[in-house]
Design a protein around this ligand. Structure first.
Ligand code: HAM
Length: 430
């Protein structure tokens, strides 16, 4: 029987690794352009870090076990609790606002399907120490810029934005108790995935909310557009104030040139328990896949972990959905290395000279390969063409006698004799 990998875990053959590196390069490039510094944490954390902070949905998906020392541990399903722990430990010493990014591999025991696996890599970008909406706008703009960098435009990607403070003001006006509010949020989050009747029943069963009030709760989730949201907020106590950060954030995104991508949709509240303000998701325009990225403001988390009370916001962007979209757009990169030269030995005696030249050229940063066993010139040239190499550099007894090589352009077939010295200095390799 052939052994197989686990369901939901990937093998990265060179083509897949090339796509992954392409996505990582876009992540790192945009994160640096926005002035973010890279950090990392451990892949394994104490189980309680997630039990306390992530919320029921993620806790139900943990890979968790007891280590040999009897500690309950979990493989990280998300990066935010680790980041909050790291910042909480050094809070005072770090210059604010902190702008950090990371590329962790995460594991969640989910049902594998297109765009959803049991491991994924996730770019995390977070700003800590800034409560104002310019920070939220900065993060949303960075997320959009990554998709732009990968060749996707506003017809491919939408940024859906809401604010839990605004939704909270609207829900409060319906007279819900403090205990009912988080449950109402959970159901608003499900509006697009489940039928209205199921949601109304769920609100009654889990929070004792009457069907009339449940209808009103779900109506809030249908509000779209900044104007619509602000108009609804104007009708409720504290609503105008609660809508201010969202209004500022949208204006900043406009000034940053991102308004073409932006949709305000109050049904976006996000599943994680720690969000407190603006929340957002990037989706493919057809909503055929799970979110490209999700994030928001989580002002209470650092204090809850026993650290300095610092405001924070950030997002996570997975490689799985992005990879699907890049593939659909026909923008997958090639895994081929592309050689500057393939060195060809005419006889067995030429091999040590090929090796010596390979070393000298590689030291100059050139991409060089040669046959790893003695072969006919024809076979070596065939291997060179398949790599592909731009040129073959042929070394035989006659060439050696004159301290020369024959350089054959593998595209045009043109050959020229070049002195070894000038090959190492002054030769145009482009
Ligand atoms: P999240 O919404 O759970 O947020 O995940 C963020 C993104 O990670 C998703 O939009 C998706 O692209 C990707 N992702 C999550 N689970 C999977 C999966 N099973 N398979 C493939 N991709 C997946 C968080 O994790 C928050 N900690 C993000 C954050 C950072 N909030 C503030 N800072």
């Amino acid at each position: 029987m052939q052994s197989q990998g686990l369901p939901g875990f990937r093998d990265f053959y060179p083509d897949d690794a090339a796509l992954r590196n392409h996505i990582f390069a876009a992540w790192r490039d945009v994160a640096r352009r926005y002035g973010f510094q890279e950090y990392d944490g451990p892949p394994l954390e104490p189980l309680e870090l997630y039990v306390k902070k992530s919320g029921a949905e993620i806790v139900g998906q943990l890979y968790t076990f007891e280590d040999r020392g009897g500690r309950s541990v979990a493989f990280r399903p998300e990066m935010t609790p680790t980041l909050a722990r790291m910042v909480a430990a050094r809070g005072r010493a770090l210059k604010k606002p902190i702008r950090w990014f990371s590329l962790p591999q995460l594991m969640r025991y989910e049902r594998p399907q297109r765009g959803r696996l049991r491991e994924h890599f996730q770019l995390n970008m977070d700003i800590i120490g800034e409560p104002g909406p310019l920070a939220d706008a900065e993060l949303i703009a960075a997320a959009i810029d990554i998709t732009r960098k990968l060749g996707l435009g506003p017809a491919d990607v939408r940024a859906r934005i809401s604010d839990r403070r605004a939704v909270r003001a609207l829900v409060d006006a319906l007279g819900l108790s403090d205990a009912q509010v988080p449950i109402a949020f959970q159901y608003i989050d499900k509006i697009e995935r489940e039928s209205r009747a199921t949601l109304i029943d769920g609100l009654a069963d889990s929070a004792g909310i009457s069907s009339d009030t449940a209808e009103q709760v779900l109506d809030l989730g249908d509000i779209r557009g900044l104007e619509g949201a602000l108009a609804a907020l104007d009708e409720v106590p504290g609503g105008a104030e609660a809508g201010e950060p969202l209004r500022h954030c949208v204006a900043a995104l406009d000034a940053l040139g991102m308004s073409e991508y932006v949709d305000i949709e109050l049904c976006v509240v996000r599943g994680l328990a720690y969000y407190t303000g603006i929340v957002f998701e990037l989706f493919d325009a057809h909503k055929a896949l799970r979110a490209i990225c999700g994030g928001g403001r989580y002002d209470g988390l650092l204090a809850a972990l026993g650290g300095t009370d610092l405001p924070a916001a950030g997002f996570g962007m997975g490689d799985v959905v992005l990879g699907e979209l890049v593939t659909e757009a026909g923008a997958r990169p090639s895994a081929q290395v592309g050689l500057d030269a393939f060195l060809v030995a005419v006889t067995g005696e030429d091999v040590p000279h090929v090796l010596q030249l390979a070393r000298q050229l590689r030291d100059r940063g050139l991409r060089i390969e040669y046959a790893l066993k003695q072969q006919s010139i024809a076979k070596q040239l065939k291997l060179a063409a398949s790599r592909p190499a731009k040129r073959a550099v042929v070394i035989g007894p006659d060439e050696r006698a004159h301290s020369e090589v024959v350089v054959r352009d593998l595209e045009s077939g043109k050959e020229q004799r070049v002195a070894v010295d000038s090959l190492l200095q002054g030769y145009s390799w482009s």
